[in-house]
Design a protein around this ligand. Structure first.
Ligand code: F3S
Length: 79
């Protein structure tokens, strides 16, 4: 399985990821990106289905600050 998480400390609210993968990434009140798929609330604990991996990878590649991370294990972040 694949999991994803956004590091809001480095996100500059550029808005690219939500445009590329709107089912996975959305923005908080400050415009910073977060993982919303499956109600994840940017904990990085929700497995992303295989048919969404291409969008996820495109968003990761397109982030100018490398704030989107992807791993095979859950991140278990606070948000
Ligand atoms: Fe932030 Fe990168 Fe998305 S800067 S808004 S995580 S593309």
């Amino acid at each position: 399985a694949k999991y994803t998480w956004v590091d809001k400390d480095t996100c500059i609210a550029c808005g690219a990821c939500g445009a590329t993968a709107p089912d996975i990434y959305d923005y908080d009140d400050e415009g910073l990106a977060e993982v919303i798929f499956g109600g994840d609330a940017n904990h990085g604990v929700t497995a992303i289905p295989e048919d969404m991996h291409e969008d996820m990878l495109d968003a990761c590649d397109g982030c100018p600050t490398d704030s989107i991370v992807i791993a095979d294990e859950p991140f278990n972040k606070e948000g």
